[in-house]
Design a protein around this ligand. Structure first.
Ligand code: NAG
Ligand code: NAG
Ligand code: NAG
Length: 365
């Protein structure tokens, strides 16, 4: 990705050609342009891009010292344009689904772009993963970090009001990084729910499925979904169901009992008691010895086992089969804009949306 200058120029040409009018609009806004940024600390490194504030690579050693890239992604930026897998993307303005692509705020109806049957998914056809972000700040050194900013305009994909959004990727320590998301409505109340949509495979991307990983999710309930993967509004306990990951379990063990594979919001323990940043999930993979802890401050975690992957060709010609990666997206509950029983999702001018995630990697020999 960070290859020669020629490759970079080719990438830029592909993006500008591919996005047509959207590209013209992005260029008009000024500072936004395509850039690739590596953050590195010792043997740990990650690569991010201003296209969609996307994570392109995360490299860590396995128990034998072999460094591998453990996130799925495409071989060039052109492949991210119109992408519907959301590899590594920062999704918004509202992650997950909005039933019917409509909602009302203070009796005013809004219609958002329907890109998933009758529903809006991940902010519509041109969500935050399909725009250029600007680099607000870049700091190199011991704890390198980068902050991307994006100003979403009033009516973008149908959402109300302008919204300023920031995301910071930061290497916080040895083998750990954080994602800090922030948003601020400028002139109208609007729903906001951002999520980081990286697909993980701790064996290394393209190296088999994640069905044999050990997954632990600190959640005692889920929000079951009906048609179109829209929550029914119920909150049901995981005990005695294939959704019980309170003790480490392989997703493959009971996935056959889950129609379509896992793609559901877990109600994380501790949020209701006002606990802030807490451990929300641990994933480990026995052969590589890699372990990933995820900490966060959100009420929900969408757990998705790459059910729609179907031999997509990725970085270095890797082939991503069904279940070739898993997403662990902390966020608000899906379709919260229609469910008074779910935590609040609408923010008014003067209020701030904040979302923090921390990943810690280690090795189990
Ligand atoms: C992306 O979608 C736009 C609009 O639908 C289309 O014009 C363009 O050709 C597509 N680009 C790619 C790379 O598929
Ligand atoms: C969309 O809604 C219409 C009207 O309710 C329905 O007939 C149609 O089947 C729905 N489409 C999908 C893809 O769900
Ligand atoms: C796949 O993962 C296994 C287990 O860690 C490892 O031995 C093997 O080298 C990996 N293969 C590739 C191509 O990365």
């Amino acid at each position: 990705m960070a290859g020669g200058k020629g490759a970079l120029l080719l990438c830029i040409a592909i993006v500008l050609l591919a996005i047509g009018n959207g590209g013209a609009e992005a260029r008009k806004q000024g500072k936004q342009s395509l850039g690739f940024y590596e953050l590195r600390r010792g043997e740990f490194s990650m690569v991010v891009t201003s296209w969609g504030a996307t994570i392109l690579a995360v490299r860590i050693p396995d128990k034998n010292g072999h460094i591998g890239d453990v996130v799925l992604g495409y071989k060039d930026i052109g492949s991210y344009v119109n992408d519907t897998t959301y590899f590594g993307a920062l999704v918004g303005r509202v992650a997950n689904r909005i039933a019917g692509g409509r909602f009302t705020i203070r009796d005013r109806p809004y219609h958002t772009f329907r890109n998933d049957g009758n529903n809006t998914l991940h902010g519509g056809h041109r969500g935050f993963n399909q725009v250029f972000w600007s680099v607000r700040e870049r700091v190199t050194g011991e704890f390198p970090h980068i902050t991307f900013s994006y100003r979403s305009y009033d009516g973008e994909q149908g959402f109300p009001g302008a919204l300023d959004v920031l995301v910071t990727y930061k290497i916080d320590g040895d083998f750990s990084y954080s994602v800090t998301m922030y948003a601020r409505p400028l002139d109208k109340p609007t729903p906001v729910n951002l999520a980081q949509h990286t697909y993980w495979n701790l064996r290394g991307h393209g190296n088999g499925t994640v069905l044999g990983h050990a997954v632990q999710i600190f959640a005692s309930a889920v929000t079951p979904v009906g048609g179109g993967l829209i929550p029914s509004g119920a909150v049901t306990p995981v005990a005695g169901t294939p959704f019980d990951f309170r003790a480490p379990a392989a997703p493959g063990a009971r996935i056959a009992e889950v129609e379509g594979g896992y793609d559901i919001n877990f109600v994380l323990d501790g949020a209701a008691d006002g606990q802030g940043v807490r451990k929300v999930a641990v994933v480990s993979e026995p052969d590589s010895g890699r372990v990933m802890e995820l900490w966060g401050d959100q009420p929900g975690l969408q757990f998705y086992t790459g059910n729609f992957l179907k031999g997509d060709v990725g970085k270095g010609g890797a082939v991503y089969a069904k279940h070739g990666g898993m997403c662990l997206e902390t966020q608000d509950y899906p379709d919260a804009v229609h469910e008074p029983g779910f935590p609040r999702e609408v923010y008014r001018p003067g209020q701030e949306y904040k979302h923090y995630m921390l990943y810690k990697f280690s090795l189990k020999k």
